[in-house]
Write a protein that binds this ligand. Sequence first.
Ligand code: AMP
Ligand code: MG
Length: 336
Amino acid sequence: MKRLICALLAAALLCLSGCGAAEQPEQLSLFAMDTYMTLAAYGDKAQEALSACGQELNRLEQQLSRTREDSPVSELNRGGSAQVSDETMELLTAALTYSELTGGAFDMTIAPLVSLWNITGDEPYLPAQTEIDALLPLVGAEHVHLDGDTVTLDTGCAIDLGGIAKGYASDRMADIFAEYGVDSALVSLGGNVYARGAKPGGQAWTVAIQHPENGGYAAALALTDAFAVTSGGYQRYFTGPDGTVYQHILDPKTGWPVQGDLLSVTIVADSGTLADAYSTALYVMGAEAAQDFWRQEGGFDMVLITTDGRLLYTPGLADILTEVKDSGYVYACVPA
Ligand code: AMP
Ligand code: MG
């Protein structure tokens, strides 16, 4: 069912974006990296490019998955040390940088708690506080040691790239389109969107931001050459035996699913990896700290949807964001 809902949403997104263009795009849909993905591309080599994209997405799943036993990440988590490719080393370096920049709100060493809760797995689990307390000391970027091509983790530690890998994958899609000379494409890897160039007629791509509460849309963005990545509690969650909804983004400080004042965070940037790491981190931070972070760091735009019914967007999106009538949200620009 989860897959079907994802499929429907992705289809709606692409239709919304592609309708109106005279030329029909080449399209590819696949399930990889634990999410439903859709890609559409225009141009002479669109089909070849999409085929290369599909292969690359399957390769990245094999490389970066925490749950596939044959992945280098699993090998590292099992053995505590592993030699990794330049690519993996670069991604781990980026992940550590984003951890530091976000004060640990994004933290790939959250893995032992992700495994304990198993919220995205088949059998989610509501742990006791003592179980959480036992694993919390294993969380922290200081437990990861990079040396040449070797990664070493402190005893008991593990990494989970689920908060950044799809963003990295969207950056790779950009590289592949460049290689094949494709300059008009739209990619949706779960909540990770990449709008390459413009539609064939020259119009921007329309990328919808999901309404976290009613399954419709909360806003639309007119994007060209941009990555838009959304994190939200509504994307994956389970309802505990106590009736409480536990969503999949954990607060590395407490080890509990975030119960903050945000329903979703969308980051718009020129890097998918950055957008993915930041969307997860800002969801953890909450609305006020997220706005402070944007003011301090800059280099990206964002849309925050709050639990008290506000949709806040940064000034860089003011001219390209369309409000959705009857969404129930009050739309407001974040003061610079
Ligand atoms: P995203 O959908 O990009 O926000 O990523 C959420 C996924 O990243 C979760 O399903 C976990 O696998 C992992 N994760 C959960 N909490 C964090 C966190 N605070 N920092 C980094 N990764 C996380
Ligand atoms: Mg993320």
